[in-house]
Design a protein around this ligand. Structure first.
Ligand code: PEP
Ligand code: MN
Length: 339
C-alpha cells in the first residue's frame, strides 16, 4: 500500500507512521517530495489495515495496491476454477443449468418440477426447504421435511440438488441432502454462515447481496475459500435500484467484471432479478451471451398456485422454450451445454 502524508507534515508525524508500519510487520520506504512525503509499504497488504494508518496524524490518504481478496483473485490463480459435483462441472467452458421451484411445497410439486426440468436439460434441481422471507407471515418453507423431499427427487430423477442454508447450525443437516449449499442474497454477509460453509466439503453457491458491490461479493467468497473450501460458485441475481418495473436490476456487467478479477465460476439467476415472468427468458439469454457459466431459473409446475414467487416462475413449457433458445447462444459464445 501507499501512504500519502499531508503536505508539510512534520518529520515526527512521518516517523510515527514509519514506526507503525514496522510494528505491524511491514517495511516502509520513504520518498520525500517537495511538499509531500509518500511511504511505500512492502509486506502483507492484506493484513495491514488502512485504518491503522488513517488514524495517525499527518496521514492524508492510504492507497491499497493489491485487491483486498487474495484466494478469490486471478492474480493468485490465473486458471479458471471448475467446480465438480456429482459428475457435473460448473465453470471452464461449460454452461450448467439449475432449475426448479422457489420453494419445496410438497412431494408431488417437487417431483413434477424435477421431471420436467430434467427432461428440458437441467443438471441440478433447485428448491428451498428453508426460505428467507421478508414477512414472517409468508410461507417459510418445509424445513427438514423439504430436505427429505429433495432427496427423494434426486433418487428418482438423478438430478443433483442445490438448496439454501440459512444458518450455521443447519449446515451439516442441509449438507446431508444437498450437493451444493446455497447462501442466499440476504445472507451474503452472514459471516458465521460463510465460516461454517467454508469448513465443510460441499460446494457453495454464493449469491450477491441485494446492495452489495462485486468487491464485497468476492470478500464473502474469500471467507469460504480461506476456511479451506475452494469449491465456490458466485451468482448474480440483481441488485436493488430505483427501477420499479423489475424486482431488482440485473447487473449483467458483474459477469465480465468477475471473470477479470476472479477465477471462480459465476452463474446468473434471471428469476429473482426480473421478478416478473415476462422478462426472465430475455435476461437468461443475455446471461448466456455475456459469458455466464450457468443459470438458475425458477420453474413451477403450476406457477399460479405457487406458495412463493409464482409471479416470476416459468411454467415447464416456458422453460422448454427457454432451453431451446439457450443452446445456439451458448454455442455461439463457445460454451458446451452441460449434460
Ligand atoms: C432463492 O434463490 O431461493 C432466493 C431466495 O434468492 P435470493 O437469495 O437471490 O433472493
Ligand atoms: Mn424465489
Amino acid at each position: 500500500m501507499i501512504i500519502v502524508m499531508k503536505p508539510g507534515a512534520p518529520e515526527r508525524e512521518v516517523g510515527a507512521v514509519l514506526r507503525q508500519v514496522e510494528t505491524l510487520g511491514g517495511r516502509g520506504h520513504l520518498s520525500n517530495g517537495q511538499k509531500t512525503a509518500i511511504i511505500r509499504v512492502a509486506g502483507d497488504d492484506l493484513r495491514l489495515d488502512p485504518s491503522a494508518f488513517l488514524a495517525l496524524r499527518g496521514v492524508e490518504r492510504v492507497i491499497p495496491v493489491l485487491h483486498p481478496f487474495r484466494l478469490a483473485s486471478r492474480e493468485v490463480q490465473p486458471k479458471d476454477t471448475i467446480v465438480r459435483v456429482d459428475g457435473i462441472s460448473i465453470g471452464g467452458g461449460t454452461f450448467t443449468v439449475m432449475a426448479g421451484p422457489c420453494a419445496v411445497e410438497s412431494l408431488e410439486q417437487t417431483l413434477e418440477a424435477a421431471r420436467r426440468v430434467k427432461k428440458a436439460g437441467a443438471q441440478l434441481l433447485r428448491g428451498g426447504a428453508y426460505k428467507p422471507r421478508t414477512s414472517p407471515y409468508s410461507f417459510q418453507g418445509l424445513g427438514p421435511k423439504g430436505l427429505e423431499i429433495l432427496s427423494r427427487a434426486k433418487a428418482e430423477t438423478g438430478l443433483a440438488i442445490v438448496t439454501e442454508v440459512m444458518s450455521a447450525e443447519d449446515v451439516s443437516l442441509v449438507a446431508e441432502h444437498a450437493d451444493i449449499l446455497q447462501v442466499g442474497a440476504r445472507n451474503m454477509q452472514n459471516f458465521n454462515l460463510l465460516d461454517a460453509c467454508g469448513r465443510q466439503k460441499r460446494p457453495v453457491l454464493l449469491k450477491r447481496g441485494l446492495m452489495s458491490t462485486v468487491e464485497e461479493l468476492l470478500l464473502s467468497a474469500e471467507y469460504i475459500l480461506s476456511r479451506g473450501n475452494r469449491q465456490v460458485i458466485l451468482c448474480e441475481r440483481g441488485v436493488r435500484t430505483f427501477e420499479k418495473y423489475t424486482r431488482n436490476t440485473l447487473d449483467i456487467s458483474t459477469v465480465p467484471v468477475v471473470k477479470k478479477l476472479s477465477h471462480l465460476p459465476i452463474i446468473v439467476d434471471p428469476s429473482h432479478a426480473a421478478g416478473v415472468r415476462d422478462y426472465v427468458a430475455s435476461l437468461a439469454l443475455a446471461s448466456v451471451a455475456v459469458g455466464a457459466d450457468g443459470m438458475m431459473v425458477e420453474v413451477h409446475p403450476h406457477p399460479e398456485k405457487a406458495l412463493c414467487d409464482g409471479q416470476e416462475s416459468l411454467s415447464p413449457d416456458e422453460f422448454d422454450r427457454l432451453m431451446r433458445d439457450v443452446r445456439p447462444i451458448a454455442r455461439a459464445v463457445g460454451k458446451r451445454m452441460a449434460r
